[in-house]
Write a protein that binds this ligand. Structure first.
Ligand SMILES: [Zn+2]
Ligand SMILES: [Zn+2]
Length: 241
């Protein structure tokens, strides 16, 4: 493994600033994955076999549709649909023979509905992003342990979104020794709380600006406070209009 292959994107995620370095990494991976999908990759047999099975989640169907490659999306949707029709036919037949006891209180899913739940949530793009994203999280801890450079980057960051903050506490517990984990928490916890409070203050000011008494007050940093708060709380990237 060439180390820089993974360390560079992690460094870039921190250098891009904003409310969460890992959201920067995630959104870059997401854009690249959607572009990859709508490049020529949907014409490659092995990839299409996989997308026929998984399909895509709602978010990524929408992102692909908005990219204007309607033929590409239609081709993938068409062969995915063929596979789904085949599967529904065979699972639907079996459904009639399933014993009633199968539908116990805690398991009210039959084989067909379980299949459909899975196929509507499974997503080739999410799977591709997540595989790479996990590697970047591992790389982050590799860099954290290696020297002080990453610690300094974290200290001068604005903390993380709630989802990635949670992820860091889980993975950190596994990757670091007890003492190193305690040091990690001592750094990221106050950083996170301080930045959530800072953002809550900015959001308060943003709300005040709707009150006519504040209309002449300068915006300061609060102009895009809502956009940044949505990223912090919901990990969602809203483009500024
Ligand atoms: Zn994030
Ligand atoms: Zn997806």
């Amino acid at each position: 493994m060439k180390e820089s292959l993974y360390t560079i994107p992690v460094n870039e995620g921190f250098e891009a600033g904003g409310e969460c370095p890992f959201c920067n990494i995630y959104h870059k991976l997401e854009t690249e994955s959607v572009d990859f999908m709508l490049g020529a990759s949907y014409m490659e047999d092995d990839i299409r076999m996989e997308t026929n099975k998984t399909g895509f989640c709602s978010k990524h169907y929408l992102m692909m549709y908005q990219k204007q490659n309607r033929l590409g999306v239609a081709l993938m949707a068409d062969t995915h649909l063929q596979k789904v029709i085949e599967d529904i036919k065979s699972l639907g037949e079996e459904l009639k023979n399933e014993k009633k006891s199968f539908f116990s209180k805690n398991n009210n899913k039959n084989a067909l509905s379980a299949y459909l739940d899975n196929v509507t949530e499974d997503c080739y793009i999410c799977n591709k992003i997540n595989k790479n994203f996990e590697r970047y999280i591992d790389t982050f801890f590799f860099m954290w342990k290696k020297d002080n450079d990453m610690k300094e980057k974290v200290k001068s960051s604005n903390g993380f979104c709630l989802k990635h903050f949670s992820k860091l506490t889980d993975v950190g517990k596994k990757k670091l020794s007890a003492a190193a984990f305690a040091e990690f928490i001592d750094i990221i916890l106050p950083k996170e709380i301080e930045n959530l409070q800072r953002l809550e203050g900015e959001l308060g000011f943003f709300i005040n600006k709707f009150d006519h008494r504040y209309k002449d007050e300068p915006w300061g940093s609060a102009k895009d406070a809502l956009i940044r708060a949505l990223l912090k709380i919901g990990s969602v990237k809203v483009e500024q209009e």
